[in-house]
Design a protein around this ligand. Sequence first.
Ligand SMILES: C=CC1=C(C)c2cc3[nH]c(cc4nc(cc5[nH]c(cc1n2)c(C)c5CCC(=O)O)C(CCC(=O)O)=C4C)c(C)c3C=C
Ligand SMILES: [Fe+2]
Ligand SMILES: [Fe+2]
Length: 361
Amino acid sequence: MTSQSIYQHGSPNRTGVLLINLGTPDAPTAQALRPYLKEFLSNPRVIEVPRLIWWPILHGFILPFRPKASAEKYAKIWTSEGSPLKVHTERQTERLREVLAAKFKNPPIVEYAMNIGKPSVADVLTRMQQQGCERILVIPLFPQYADSSTAAAMDNVFAVLNKMRNQPAIRTLKQYHDDPGYIAALAQNVRDYWDTHGQPDKLIISFHGTPRASLDKGDPYHCVCQKTGRLLAEALELNASQYAVCFQSRFGRAQWLTPYTAVTLEQLGKEHTRRIDVICPGFVSDCLETLEEIAIEAKHTFIQAGGKEFHYIPCLNERSDWIQALADITSTHLQGWLDIEVTEEAAKLSRKLALELGAKD
Ligand SMILES: C=CC1=C(C)c2cc3[nH]c(cc4nc(cc5[nH]c(cc1n2)c(C)c5CCC(=O)O)C(CCC(=O)O)=C4C)c(C)c3C=C
Ligand SMILES: [Fe+2]
Ligand SMILES: [Fe+2]
């Protein structure tokens, strides 16, 4: 059992919101990448190959080489404040905390944790429990559910609860791939970009890939990515020839979800497509997979193949319409846990009701 504060009568009874993101190394160095990759790639939800076969590959071929290669990529996108994924997740948490504090009379404690690395789910959940959170809403920040991202994060949460004597009540959010606020924020992000930079010949909507086998075994990820892509295209009033949904970040030699982003870009380049723009709606924070793999590598692929202009449209990051959408999603799932919502509307309504009932101020 984890060490928890001893239960006392009258102890605070708070509600918490825990945002979870994937996690990122502590530094852009091979030393920091090794434990990060080891933890990530040891998870059977991420690599489904039988352990007896996978272990020698991981320890003999991947961990001796990939940390250095990945560190070089991270070094290209690292900021003075650290890894972009962590910086944006931290800011999103602060902004959400502020919005919810203005919205609720008894605001929730809002924290974030990383599924791999720091701050760990175990540390943050335990701290929230110690701060008196009797109820915790867990929001994996992946808009589209995949077993390798969302379910892996939930496994982590439940493993921590498994060691708690006095467990908080838990609510979880599976995904928000078709949430109207999320789709509207994505569409406005694209429109804002096009207002400044003009419009492309084609918009590439690129999602992180997963092994094709996980789709065959029942993972809904492929389907929900397609739906997000379609809803975004509809919101932008694009016809079928003006956009394409693709999958990036293939890992290993097995077949992953297709069409592959890199192959599509190469093809479009060979066809001398003048300009393409890429957006990655599966990441709400810019990270290695967007800033390096797309904005640097994919751009190179397209231009080398004969394309003329390549634009990467940043993730939602700290856009206010996105933070508002996240606050709305959170509020919906907190219903019944936080009873007093201090909106103008609610305040007006209760004043009117009080007057009708003849109550005095
Ligand atoms: C958006 C959701 C993600 C899914 C689904 C996902 C599946 C998945 N990823 C790998 C392997 C790697 N991914 C890596 C980085 C990475 N992956 C996601 C998100 C999803 N992954 C993010 C946000 C990031 C970037 C983190 C950052 O610090 O910026 C990496 C590490 C980098 C590298 O060495 O390439 C690996 C490895 C697999 C195998 C997989 C599904 C089976
Ligand atoms: Fe990944
Ligand atoms: Fe990648």
